[in-house]
Design a protein around this ligand. Structure first.
Ligand code: ZN
Length: 271
């Protein structure tokens, strides 16, 4: 017994150091209140953190993105989104759980990879569209509990983001017309399989599978808004902050089974 104390103390210290290191430089970075190697710029609507070595300096551009996001969602940001712009690819991959160019964590942090900044300079993608897409996730997450965010239909979260910034037809995302052509040719991704282990069982005949799925989800949101109006859609989008049975709540709002509504969407796309 006598010798166990220093050993467990040392163990705790080692675990503590590993945790601390991971918070600052590893996969726990998204949870870290500190951002070593970043310069902080607090603006009116957002807080931007720029990693040393990045030459990105158009902070006002990003600061102005929040207004249209609030308008579309009919919601307010409860706190300023914190946006981290990386200058270094290795560091981005080391400090994040994603390999995606952009990523929004449910705790109000939005990370932007170094290569996304390069691609925006080359005109391959629009920083405005991509950051507003992530801000769509952030504004929704800010207005619901962590549990509700966890339960929120993943396809709908993406569909809202894609539709809200008119992302269909930009960069890799097929346009509405192209998406309908793919659906017409027999390919369709069932919304309920998105982010499940059965996702890969669905074969889609297109070069960029994820881009097609995102455009399809955006088109479903477009279909609901066109057919039933934005007010009803807002009730559906926000009602899911508190209702966790999606299909039952969909029926309550729209008066039709979700699966029947999806069939209508598919038939409409095939027309
Ligand atoms: Zn997204």
């Amino acid at each position: 017994m006598k010798y166990k104390k220093p050993v467990s103390g040392l163990l705790l210290l080692i675990v503590g150091i590993i945790l601390f290191y991971n918070l600052l430089f590893g996969k726990l970075f998204p949870l870290s209140p500190l951002a070593i190697g970043f310069d902080k710029h607090e603006l009116k609507n957002v807080i931007i953190y720029i990693q040393n070595g990045s030459d990105y300096n158009n902070y006002n551009e990003i600061n102005n993105f929040t207004t249209s996001v609030e308008k579309f969602h009919n919601l307010k940001f409860i706190e300023k989104p914190r946006i981290y712009i990386f200058s270094d690819k290795d560091s981005y991959l080391r400090r994040n759980i994603t390999k995606a160019r952009f990523y929004a964590y449910p705790n109000n942090k939005l990370v932007v990879s170094s290569w996304a900044i390069d691609e925006s300079k080359k005109g391959i993608l629009s920083l405005e569209i991509y950051i507003k897409h992530e801000l769509s996730h952030i504004i929704l997450c800010q207005n619901m509990s962590y549990l509700a965010a966890y339960n929120y239909p993943k396809w709908l979260m993406e569909g809202i983001a894609v539709y809200s910034v008119n992302q269909m037809g930009t960069s890799w995302y097929p346009s509405k017309k192209k998406t309908f052509e793919i659906i017409k040719s027999g390919d369709y991704f069932p919304t309920n399989l998105y982010k499940t282990k059965n996702e890969d069982s669905i074969k889609i005949n297109t070069e960029n599978r994820i881009a097609f799925m995102y455009s399809e989800f955006g088109c479903i949101v477009d279909f609901l808004i066109e057919k039933y109006g934005k007010v009803k859609f807002d009730n559906y989008m926000k009602g899911l902050f508190v209702h966790n049975n999606h299909d039952a709540f969909f029926k309550e709002i729209y008066g039709i089974n979700f699966s029947d509504s999806l069939n209508e969407f598919i038939n409409n796309a095939k027309r």
